[in-house]
Design a protein around this ligand. Structure first.
Ligand code: BLA
Length: 504
């Protein structure tokens, strides 16, 4: 009892996900030697599937299938997968890869429900065309979510993007109509711990067809040649962490699949799929199709993201030019022009609200703190030398109650000694998550290993870390704000000169 959250999160990162010592029950794993294909390690359900104990692959494969397997072993194993074979009249997909000096063969019976994306390769050109025709990250991820859902038949498909601290946000979603949207929801880094992210940065896909499954142990538990449990990091049947299964249960998820999105070797995000109605197991071919879409999107990501950032910069620059023109042609009443004109100060950059104080007049736009709080807030930030902040309450604890509108403030003085300023406000990013029908309930779960953080607890922990913080201000936004303030100062100077000339 009383374990610190950090300790519990560390335990999370200790989950031995590469060597769980067990597989999921929707298939059988046989690890064999090469070239004789003698079984060294088998999952405990092998006998049940094959109707006998298996000492070598030649006992279960027909001559033709055996020849096809042997023939493929010299080349790229990925090209062999899946090998469709007949075992005592039943069709199976066999998928192979190497680990721990052994050939790991995974056997998955083919079920009737395999038709969802069977004709997928015929649609491939259209799908690729759709993906590559997208111009923005929103479009790309929308198309990706939709097509992965079409191919796999999951109830919900999300595109999940990591931030610099490995927290994540659902940035695109396609779902069954009646489901509550998750779009825009954010999750803490601990929901996908470091060792899982490391694995997902090299292994593109994982599937849990039925999160209520009973793990099937490996026999023997320790591989004789290594003295360790078999490395299952590349195995499609790998049994997943019990913590994660608890997480899925808390979310009401029965089946889960995720495909990595990788940008230059770095895990950029995940395509995360949920099924709620019951177990769901897309065929191997359909899973590969989803992986293919993830890989293709991954190739398109860097240019799409860069284009988006560039267009954000261009957008701010063009608004800045428009506002400069307004300032240039408005000799009097600039506060009103910037607040009520066709292009306002709030349009300059993405923000929830803005304040314009010119010639002693204060004008507020959008969502801002109450009028009587704005000026003291901005002056205090300027006085503290922290006019640009995404965590106001860290600078001014008394302003914590303004987090809903002003967790982030970008303030600039208008030079000229009139105490004029411009300010932009951003709200805190945290939003409460309400799980329709299946609220997170358990807080700290007691397990044999001691207290563990449940997903609900981790969300609370994350909320604490990001509460009262806003989207950070980008350098070009700060620069544009300063330029506008400079333009206003110039306008004030030329107006003063004009007044002097008229008076003189
Ligand atoms: C794994 N956590 C995962 C995975 C996802 C998430 C997608 C990959 C496995 C899969 O495909 O199901 C998280 N899933 C999400 C999130 C959403 C979603 C954020 O749909 C948002 C909509 N998880 C916790 C805590 C721990 C934890 C507190 O919340 C640890 C104590 C662990 N998550 C955890 C572990 C794995 C994991 C260990 C690896 C599972 C594995 O591959 O074995």
């Amino acid at each position: 009892p009383g374990a610190l959250p950090e300790e519990a999160l560390l335990r999370c990162a200790d989950e031995p996900i590469a060597v769980p010592g067990a597989v999921q029950p929707h298939g059988v794993l046989l690890a064999v030697t090469e070239p004789d294909l003698a079984v060294v390690v088998a999952s405990a359900n092998a006998q049940e599937l094959f109707g006998r104990s298996v000492a070598g692959l030649d006992q279960v494969l027909g001559a033709a299938d055996l020849a096809a397997l042997r023939g493929g072993l010299a080349g790229d194993l990925a090209e062999l997968n899946p090998l469709r074979v007949q075992v005592s009249g039943a069709e199976m997909d066999v998928v192979v890869h190497r680990a721990d000096g052994l050939l790991l063969t995974e056997w998955e019976p083919v079920f009737g429900a395999e038709q969802v994306g069977a004709a997928w390769h015929r649609r491939l050109p259209a799908v690729l065309q759709r993906l590559s025709a997208t111009a923005t990250l929103d479009e790309l991820t929308d198309v990706l979510a939709r097509d992965v859902r079409t191919v796999t038949g999951f109830d919900r498909v999300m595109v999940y993007r990591f931030d610099a601290e490995w927290n994540g946000e659902v940035i695109a979603e396609d779902r069954r109509e009646d489901l509550e949207p998750f779009l825009g929801l954010r999750y803490p880094a601990s929901d996908i711990p470091a060792q899982a992210r490391a694995l997902y940065a090299t292994n593109w896909m994982r599937i849990i067809p039925d999160a209520g499954y009973r793990p099937v142990p490996l026999d023997p538990p320790l591989t004789p040649s290594t003295g360790r449990p078999l490395d299952l990091s590349g195995a499609m049947l790998r049994s997943v962490s019990p913590v994660h299964l608890e997480y899925l249960a808390n979310m009401g998820v029965v089946a889960s699949m995720s495909v990595s999105l990788i940008d230059g070797g770095r895990l950029w995000g995940l395509i995360a799929c949920h099924h709620y109605a019951g177990p769901h197991r897309p065929s191997y071919a359909d899973r590969v199709a989803a992986e293919f879409l993830g890989r293709t999107a991954s190739l398109l990501l860097p240019t799409t993201v860069a284009a988006g950032e560039q267009s954000g910069i261009v957008e701010v620059a063009s608004r800045q030019a428009q506002l400069a023109a307004v300032v240039g042609r408005t000799p009097r009443g600039l506060a009103a022009a910037l607040a009520d004109g066709e292009v306002t100060a709030l349009d300059l950059l993405p923000a929830g609200g803005a304040a314009v104080r010119l010639d002693g007049q204060l004008r507020l736009l959008g969502a801002t703190p109450p009028a009587d709080r704005v000026e003291p807030l901005v002056r205090a930030l300027l006085a503290a030398g922290r006019p640009v902040t995404d965590a106001v309450s860290g600078v001014l604890p008394d302003a914590a109650d303004l987090a809903g509108t002003a967790s982030g403030v970008l303030a600039v003085e208008v030079p000229g000694g009139r105490e004029d300023f411009l300010a932009w406000f951003r709200p805190e990013t945290v939003r409460e998550v309400t799980w329709g029908g299946n609220p997170y309930t358990s807080k700290t779960a007691q397990t044999a290993a001691g207290p563990r953080l449940s997903p609900r607890r981790s969300f609370d922990a994350w909320s604490e870390t990001v509460r009262e913080t806003a989207q950070p201000w980008r350098p070009h936004e700060v620069a544009a704000a300063r330029t506008l303030a400079g333009d206003l100062a110039d306008a004030a100077l030329s107006r003063a000169a004009e007044d002097n000339r008229l008076a003189g």
